[in-house]
Every structure is written in C-alpha cells, then in structure tokens.
Design a protein around this ligand. Sequence first.
Ligand code: HSE
Length: 343
Amino acid sequence: MVRVVRLALIGFGTVGRSLTKLVALKNKLIEEKYGVRLSIIAVADSGGAVVKEDGLTPYELLRLCELPRSAVSTFTPYGLPGAGVREIYSRVVPDIHVEATPSNYVDGEPGVSNVLYALESGAHVVSCNKAPFVLRFRDVMDSASRKGVKVRFKATVMAGTPLIDLLMSLKGYEIEGLEGILNGTTNFILTEMHENLVTYEEALKKAQLMGIAESNPDLDVKGWDPAAKLVIISNVLGMPMKLGDVVRDDLSRLDVREVFRAVKEGSVFKFIAALDLREGRASVKLTKVPRGNVFASITGTLNAVRIRTDVNEITIVGKGAGGSETAHSVLDDVITVAQEVGS
Ligand code: HSE
C-alpha cells in the first residue's frame, strides 16, 4: 500500500529548487521502491508562500522552479504573498517540514524559529539549514523528543556525502577526533588559485556562479561554515562545542603570490577543519600540505574527512557542496523519516 507523506518546503533557493525538481521527477521511483508518495503541500520563500492542501502536481512543481527568487507567492491560484511558516501551519500541518532557508549564525533566524515551530506543531523536521543545529542543538532535540517526532540533518555536513550517518553508525568505537576539508567553496577557490593561478576574487566569483557559496560568502571564506559543521559534528558525538570556540583563519587574505610560492615548493594550500575531542579543541586553518598528502588530492568542490578512532582511521571523500548533492541528501532524510514513522 502506498502512503502519502505531506511535505512543507521552507526556503526556495538553490537547494529548495533542486529538491522540488527531484520530488517531481523521482516520486514514481520512490513510490515503487519505498511505498511512499511525497506530496509537497506548501512552499515558502522570503516573499510568501504557496499552499495547496492536496499537493502540487509534478507539472506545478516544475513551473514553480521557473519563477524568479522570492516570487513563489505569485503562483496563482495558490500564492499567499507575505505568508510565513505560521500562516502556512494555520492552513495545513505537514508530516515533514523541510527547512532549506540560508544558515544565519548571528541569531539563527529564520531557521531556528521555523524548526522549533514545526516541531512544536508536531511535524517531523529535515533540515539542510545548519543554524538550528549549531546554535540550538539541545533545544531542537529536546523539543523533538517531547513531541515524539524525528529530526534529521545529514545534509548540513558534507552535503551529499553521508558523514553524519557514518559517525552515528560508529557505536562501538571511541572517536578521538577528525580533520579534513569541510567546505566546498573554499576548496574550489584554493584549487582554482593553485591550478590556474587566478586571484582569490576571480575564483570566488566562479564559485558563486556555480551556486555552491553561501548566500553570504563571508561564511565560507572566513571559516564560519566549516566551523559550524565542526560544531554540528561535536554535538552529534556528544561533546558539544560552541561556534565561538572554533579558531578560524580568513582565506580572503590569501594572496595568489603565496599560492605560487607553495606550488614551487611542492605544497598545496588547504582549508583544514580539525576537531580534537580529547583536548576539546576545534579549528579551521589555512594549512600548507605536501603534494603527496591525501588532502592535497582533494580538489574542486570535493570534501574529505579522516576520522580517528581508538582502533583505526576512516577517510570519507565526496562532493561537499552543490544544490543537487544537498537536495539528494535531504531527500534521503525525508525518505528515512517517512519509513521510520510509517506503518
Ligand atoms: N557553502 C557550503 C560549502 C555549502 O561550500 O561547502 C555546503 O554546506
């Protein structure tokens, strides 16, 4: 028997649109494989929302993706200009709330309020917005357990590469720490600077055109994004750290001449994020690694993390940014929640 699972998608930028297309195009396959039909009943952006109680059709979803930014509320006859999460929930309560608004580490908004409101309303939550899990991890988890609902957020770290799932599966190991490349934008910038000797500004522009940078690219280049990911990981591993505890370098200060010197001496600049659980320390540092080092071969938007445990080292490599990769990871979480709660 096929079960209908109703989704509200909050945030309609690069990831939100990729996810919408995925649902439109992959729903049949998902239904056949997992017995679940995903029905998007609400979509919101910063200008308002679209609400259709019996679910937007694949054709409507694809048309929605053709609208400019912040314009979903112009979608007639279902558009609601100015409507936010509260207005949506006063009309329909989804089974799963998908939070795809941009991460904001100043006050966490709108992600923190949206996620807490959804949980208090009894919706399960899947998020690729990192802020609620960086700034309010305990509150989010407590609210979810009080309401008996699920929260999943694997797309917040390494986008399409399942590091969070892997870490959660290592139940018999003592994880001592990890290090690696946790930001696709800066790794892309460093690769461009290293391989093509372009300036930092040119490389950043290219990353922005590819849609991999945060809406505010300072979050990437000043290390906030990889630092935020370290904080999420520390919470997942039960040793919570605060964003302010993570020591960060600023990549925008890197001059292409320094990169050139590194090339000549056989080394490569990498933005290395490191978490030492035994010492309770975390950092994101611009580091020169020798060309033979494993992280030197991680180029473009690839990410890589080496997990150190009491018995071994495990390295995981994969795309760490990108609308499609992140959307697939969100979709995985949506399907997992749908399966976990279904019966
Ligand atoms: N801006 C982020 C990055 C997106 O470049 O890694 C994925 O978190």
